[in-house]
Design a protein around this ligand. Structure first.
Ligand code: SF4
Ligand code: SF4
Length: 294
């Protein structure tokens, strides 16, 4: 529960059902009036936005892997006796899958995952902000107020996930607000509303965690042993995430840190050590001064 006994709200992103349609990216941009981010073609993948940033508050990663999903076949491979490829009338010189060897075709999958600010339980961005521009809302989420941010940028290196980012042309920092304005009106965030597969689910965090546990159990029973939750554990280095994920591979594959730790964790002991060092220095100066007077 958050202050005022309101339940903490969050996101559960189940990447196992993401189809990479990017409706979430578009809905986020439209609702929050986020500027376009260049529409660049990276030539590395079908991912045009590349990663989270000041102008990309939801980012859909595309990871191409030579692996099958659990016991499923991708349908691209055609074992002996399977039906022949069908001409879909697409402009091409050959039918899909015609030129690849049969053993190559069956072992291929796309991992797609819609990333976002994690709305950490222990949020370092909040800890280091000197102006109070970043604050914890009544829903337990972390929001930056653009009219208070002075662009100092302390929060940028403090975030263990590399989420919060400065916008070059206005100097202030921006990130997902979990659609704070919509939540206030009893609406779900725009990305969750737009997602056609329910890959992005919004709700009370406790309920989402229970739903995620069920989903992982179901996937394991279906033979998809690689399914795991990321950011769900309240005992992890950031106290758990308000936006957590079901992944089908190691976090690093998706560009996520495997073991994130709140970067301000050691601040209290650092201040204690600095205070002790200052006291020793002061004692030394005082002793020197008194010695000279004798
Ligand atoms: S992910 Fe980064 S920006 Fe988001 S709440 Fe956590 S520390 Fe702050
Ligand atoms: S809207 Fe849903 S299915 Fe489409 S890319 Fe985003 S998370 Fe994936």
């Amino acid at each position: 529960m958050t202050a005022g006994d309101r339940p903490r709200m969050g996101f559960f992103t189940d990447t196992s059902v993401c189809i990479g349609c990017k409706a979430c990216e578009v809905a986020c941009k439209e609702w929050n009036a986020v500027p376009e981010d260049g529409l660049n073609f990276t030539a590395m993948s079908f991912d045009n936005s590349g990663g989270l940033g000041a102008d990309t508050w939801r980012h859909v990663a595309f990871i191409e892997q030579r692996a099958s999903v659990g016991v499923q076949e991708s349908g691209v491979g055609r074992p002996d006796g399977a039906s022949a490829p069908v001409d879909l009338g697409m402009p091409a010189f050959e039918k899909p899958g015609d030129s690849a060897g049969a053993d190559e075709r069956g072992e291929f999958r796309w991992l797609m995952s819609s990333d976002v600010c994690k709305h950490c339980t222990h949020a370092a961005c909040l800890d280091v902000c000197p102006t109070g521009a970043l604050f914890r809302t009544e829903f337990g989420t972390v929001v930056v107020q653009e009219d208070i941010c002075n662009g100092c940028g302390y929060c940028v290196p403090a975030c263990p996930y590399g989420v919060i980012d400065k916008r070059e042309d206005d100097g202030r920092v921006w990130k997902c607000t979990l659609c704070y304005d919509r939540l206030g009106d009893g609406l779900e965030p725009a990305c969750a509303k737009a997602c056609p597969t329910d890959s992005i689910q919004f709700g009370e965090l406790d309920e989402l965690r229970a739903r995620a546990d069920d989903r992982v159990r179901h996937l394991h029973e279906a033979g998809i042993e690689s399914a795991r939750l990321y950011g769900r554990d309240p005992d992890d280095g950031v106290g758990g995430d308000g936006a957590f994920f079901l992944l089908l591979d190691e976090p690093e594959v998706y560009g996520l840190p495997p073991d994130p730790v709140v970067t301000t964790r050691d601040l209290p002991s650092m201040w204690r050590h600095a205070g002790a060092a200052a006291a020793v220095l002061l004692a030394g100066i005082t002793a020197t001064f008194l010695g000279r007077r004798r």
